[in-house]
Design a protein around this ligand. Structure first.
Ligand code: MD3
Ligand code: FE
Length: 214
C-alpha cells in the first residue's frame, strides 16, 4: 500500500474503447511464476531478431510458445507450427499463460477464450515497435490478451487508419490488456523504452501476446 492507500498491486480496470480494457496489476502477484515459465520456453526456443519482408532486422527480440508461432522473414508475416531455428514444434504453452488469458478475457465479458499462440517480445531500453495492425490471425472476432512484465512502456493506441491520432497508454509490470471487439484491428505500437532497471527483469521488458491465430 502507498501513502494514499491506493495499493501498489490492487487490480483495477480501465476501459480504453469498446472491447478494450487495461487490467492494472492483474498478474503482479504471479510475475515470478510467469517469468520462470518464460525462462523455460526461451531455453527451448531462444529469443531472436526476426527480419521483415522488406529486409529490415527488427530490434525487439521474439520467440513463441503454443501450437502456432508468429514469424516474419523475407517471405512475409505468418503463423507456423515449427520454430525455424530448431526445426521442432514451438514449446508448449504453459498452463499459467492459457489460464490468465482466459481469466483476463472473462473479466471483460469474453467467455471461453482459448489462445493457441503466444508471442514473447523482449525489449531493451531504446527499442520500440512501430505502428502496425495485427492481421495475420484467421479470426478477428477472437480477442488478443497482452501481458507486460519488467520495464514500463508507453503503448500507442491508434485508430482504424494509420494516420488517426494515437492515445498514449502507460503499461507497467503486471498490467494486462484485452483487445477485442471493434478495437481488434486498430493501429498500435510501443514508444522507445526508457532507460531503467527493473528489480525482477533488469534492463528488459517482456510482453506476452496471447492470440487465437488458427
Ligand atoms: C491493440 N506487441 O506483438 S501487444 C505485437 O507491447 C504487439 O509488445 C505489443 O503489438 C508489445 O503485435 C503490445 C498489444 C496489442 C496487441 C494487439 C492489438 C494491442 C492491440 C490489436 C488491436 C489493438
Ligand atoms: Fe501488435
Amino acid at each position: 500500500m502507498d501513502l494514499f492507500g491506493r495499493g501498489d498491486d490492487v487490480v483495477r480496470r480501465e476501459d480504453l474503447a469498446p472491447g478494450a480494457a487495461v487490467l492494472r496489476n492483474l498478474v503482479t502477484a504471479r510475475a515470478p511464476a510467469l517469468l520462470a515459465a518464460i525462462d523455460g520456453v526461451l531455453q527451448q526456443a531462444p529469443l531472436r531478431n526476426m527480419v521483415t519482408p522488406g529486409g529490415l532486422t527488427m530490434s525487439v527480440r521474439m520467440s513463441n510458445c503454443g501450437a502456432l508461432g508468429w514469424l516474419s522473414d523475407r517471405r512475409g508475416y505468418r503463423y507456423g507450427a515449427v520454430d525455424p531455428l530448431s526445426g521442432q514444434p514451438w514449446p508448449d504453452m504453459p498452463v499459467l499463460f492459457r489460464e490468465l488469458a482466459a481469466e483476463a478475457a472473462d473479466r471483460i465479458g469474453i467467455v471461453d477464450f482459448v489462445p493457441d499462440a503466444c508471442l514473447i517480445n523482449c525489449y531493451e531500453p531504446g527499442m520500440k515497435l512501430s505502428l502496425h495492425q495485427d492481421r495475420d490471425e484467421r479470426d478477428f472476432n477472437a480477442p488478443i490478451v497482452s501481458v507486460s512484465l519488467g520495464l514500463p512502456a508507453v503503448f500507442l493506441f491508434g485508430g482504424e487508419s494509420r494516420s488517426d491520432p494515437a492515445r498514449r497508454v502507460p503499461l507497467g509490470h503486471g498490467d494486462v490488456v484485452v483487445w477485442g471487439g471493434p478495437s481488434r484491428l486498430r493501429f498500435h505500437g510501443v514508444l522507445p523504452i526508457k532507460e531503467g532497471v527493473h528489480p525482477m527483469t533488469g534492463r528488459f521488458r517482456y510482453n506476452l501476446t496471447l492470440r487465437k491465430a488458427g
